[in-house]
Design a protein around this ligand. Structure first.
Ligand code: ADP
Ligand code: MG
Length: 251
């Protein structure tokens, strides 16, 4: 079995406070894993530890067979880790095309930019960016400014930027947070189509999204895994129901 992500005794402390307290989690290539848990459970921290945005306090992280415990976010991106975004992370003053071009240029390999081939690579870069813009289905001119987009469209643009980096592993932090039902339906259809075959870790509170996207659900509470199984298994777990799901429905 090939593993995309292997977490061994992963710990993150902020001062005296343990945000992630010894997480063991192995995610096979191509699996889509949802992270659930109440606010403050350590979900975002765990994504940041995987992407390299935060450094470990203890334990080990292996990505695609490489020990990245002490690697930078950039080195992990070169192993195929797509950036995780806590909130909308686009450049509002740039055009839609320029935003997606940033993703294309961040792709592993494009950093070896050759000025002698600049014109050709510039064209290829634009074509790739246009293709991703079409795939996320934003019905606006490519030279429109990103600031003109609705909130839902901004998240579609963000998905295009992330996927344009051609990641093998996609980390998504609450991609439907703050969206209307209609906007959620649009992004959900796009994710179902565009994440196919990729390894995904997605923090998501909306159980309809989890059911549609995730093969597996891992529930975190106070920095530890309290449940791990299929979406149906996790929903049937009484500990999860009392610890989390009732609260989630109230929210
Ligand atoms: P979740 O995403 O599950 O809501 P987080 O991972 O954001 O939770 O946070 C887990 C805990 O760690 C929270 O109690 C939060 O206040 C704390 N925390 C997160 N980031 C920091 C930080 N940079 N400094 C101090 N405490 C932090
Ligand atoms: Mg969070």
């Amino acid at each position: 079995m090939n593993y995309a992500i292997e977490l061994n005794g992963v710990v993150k402390r902020f001062g005296d406070f343990g945000a992630v307290n010894g997480v063991d989690l192995v995610i096979p290539v191509g699996q889509r894993c949802a992270l659930l848990g109440p606010n403050g459970a350590g979900k975002t921290t765990l994504l940041n530890l995987i992407s390299g945005r935060l450094s470990l306090s203890g334990g080990k992280i292996v990505i695609a067979g490489h020990d990245v415990s002490r690697s930078s976010a950039r080195q992990r991106a070169q192993l195929g880790v797509g950036r995780s975004f806590q909130k909308t992370n686009i450049f509002p003053q740039l055009s839609l095309l320029e935003n997606v071009r940033l993703g294309v240029q961040n792709r592993a390999g494009w950093s070896n930019w050759n000025p002698l081939k600049a014109a050709a690579s510039n064209r290829a870069c634009n074509e790739s960016a246009e293709r991703w813009l079409r795939r996320v289905n934003i019905r606006r001119p490519k030279d429109a400014q990103a600031s003109e987009l609705s909130y839902g469209e901004q998240r579609q643009l963000e998905l295009a930027i992330t996927l344009a980096t051609q990641p093998q592993i996609v980390l998504l932090d609450e991609p439907t947070a703050g969206m209307s039902h209609a906007e959620t339906a649009v992004i959900l259809d796009l994710m179902a189509e565009l994440l196919e075959g990729l390894t995904v870790v997605i923090v998501e509170h909306d159980l309809s999204v989890v059911d549609r996207i995730a093969h597996r659900v891992v529930v975190l509470e106070r920095g530890s895994i309290i449940c791990d199984g299929t979406p149906a298994e996790v929903k049937a777990d009484t500990r999860v129901q009392s610890a989390y799901l009732k609260g989630a429905h109230r929210a």
